[in-house]
Design a protein. Structure first.
Length: 435
């Protein structure tokens, strides 16, 4: 028999206010109509929300948790829905609200501002490549060629460019210099030759020479592919005044109004999320204030579609020390597996303290038996959730799933399955914002 509520010991010890069975504190993370996850009461506060209808999950999971107004927020808000639903409440609560778009208005994000050393530049290059790899079905040789050229250009601008040239527009201009020739050599070649004359072992020179060893036809195609993407950044020159590192000190809501379907927007999303976490970590370490004063929640619909965030797993497993938590909204577990491969199991099974599974999306889907939100690849729909729910030991010593695959399949529309580490699974009604 599937339980319909968590035991009293859970409510009194793992939700706010502690010691009470009430769960109406805004310090709780909303999972469903009656189920809450108490911030700071578990090994981590990460949540995976899995279901077929992404927009539905935004309404029932993303919007309600932003409206809690507890700490700061970073929200992937592709169509602006979450901001529209929460902005009024956030303003009343005194939030600094920032909106990141592909353009420089209203708030400018410049990834160069967050570069402190060559290792940061390498991460920036990898982040861009990972974002592009979502839709490019190229082999490792192609990706390595892209990485070498991009890394060379970023290193050049960081070490040899002026401060006004340290932006994404300058990257575009630098790539375009490959189309301009002087005495048989491109302006891009000449730029690196000038650096080499001063320092033959300069990092940007080393990377550019790696790129130049690639067969000419491949190198030309790699160059063209990067030029096409970075032309969308031709006007992105603004100064960054976001001060991301202070998000743990001042109530801030950052909305990323960026589409995961557009390569340029996907680059900005991947870069921003990667640099944001590092900025908070570094700032807290510099101030010797770990954790920061405010909790930070990152709410990420369609997370698997933005490409692999560099070093994400190690960051994900240490975010609790910095009061950072994530709500990952996924169409399926297999979708995450396709992006993060073996790391996906650790992200979901080890990294997420709670999982909310949305059942049949409609009566028609339930009747037809086609609701498979978790995908049909290496991780299947009901079996994965049944395993997450744990096992009972039979008198014979055999183990029986607490939830069978058939039970998972029979979740009614409007019902969700809530799994929290260490406790039996609970079926509840999904959270309705108007309730």
């Amino acid at each position: 028999m599937i339980k319909t509520q968590f035991p009293e010991i859970y409510l009194t010890n793992y939700t706010h206010p502690l010691g009470s069975t009430k769960t109406d504190s805004n310090k709780n993370i909303i999972l469903s109509k009656r189920v809450r996850l108490g911030r700071g009461c578990h090994a981590n506060d990460h949540v995976a929300v899995i279901g077929k209808d992404l927009s539905h999950m935004v309404r029932s999971a993303a919007v309600p948790n932003v409206l809690q107004c507890c700490g700061s927020y970073v929200v992937l808000d592709q169509d602006g829905t979450i901001k529209r639903e929460t902005e009024e409440k956030l303003k009343k609560d005194g939030y600094r609200i920032l909106t990141i778009t592909p353009q420089d208005a209203p708030d400018t994000y410049n990834p160069f501002r967050y570069l402190k050393k060559d290792a940061d530049i390498a991460v920036m290059a990898q982040s861009i490549i990972n974002a592009l790899a979502v839709t490019e079905t190229k082999d490792e040789f192609w990706l390595d060629a892209q990485r070498a050229l991009l890394y060379a250009v970023l290193l050049y601008l960081y070490h040899d460019g002026s401060s006004k040239d340290q932006n994404l527009a300058a990257v575009s201009e630098m790539l375009e210099r490959a189309n301009q020739k002087t005495e048989g050599k491109t302006e891009l070649d000449l730029a690196f030759e000038r650096v080499k004359a001063q320092d033959p072992e300069a990092a940007c020179v080393v990377q550019y020479e790696i790129f130049k060893q690639i067969p000419e036809k491949t190198a030309c195609n790699v160059l063209i592919s990067l030029q096409d993407v970075f032309r969308k950044f031709a006007d992105k020159r603004g100064e960054d005044a976001l001060h991301l590192e202070t998000t743990g000190e001042e109530k801030t809501a950052i909305f990323l109004s960026l589409s995961t379907k557009d390569p340029a927007s996907r680059i900005l999303t991947n870069l921003f999320l990667t640099q944001f976490v590092e900025a908070v970590y570094s700032h807290a370490q510099a101030l010797k204030q770990i954790p920061p004063a405010l909790p930070i929640q990152m709410i990420l619909p369609d997370f698997a579609s933005i490409g692999v965030l560099p070093d994400f797993l190690s960051k994900f497993l240490t975010m609790q020390h910095y009061r950072i938590s994530c709500i990952l909204l996924l169409r399926s577990a297999s979708e995450l597996k396709q992006t993060y491969h073996d790391d996906a199991d650790l992200i979901l099974d080890t990294g997420c303290m709670a999982c909310v599974y949305s059942g049949a999306g409609s009566k028609e889907e339930k009747k037809a038996g086609v609701t498979v939100p978790l995908g049909d690849a290496s991780i299947s729909n009901p079996e994965y959730i049944a395993n997450r729910a744990g096992y009972d030991r039979m008198p014979s010593g055999e183990k029986r799933p607490v939830l069978t695959a058939d039970q998972v399949r029979t979740l009614a529309p409007g019902q969700v399955l809530c799994l929290i580490g260490g406790f039996d699974a609970v079926v509840d009604d999904e959270y309705a914002p108007e309730a």
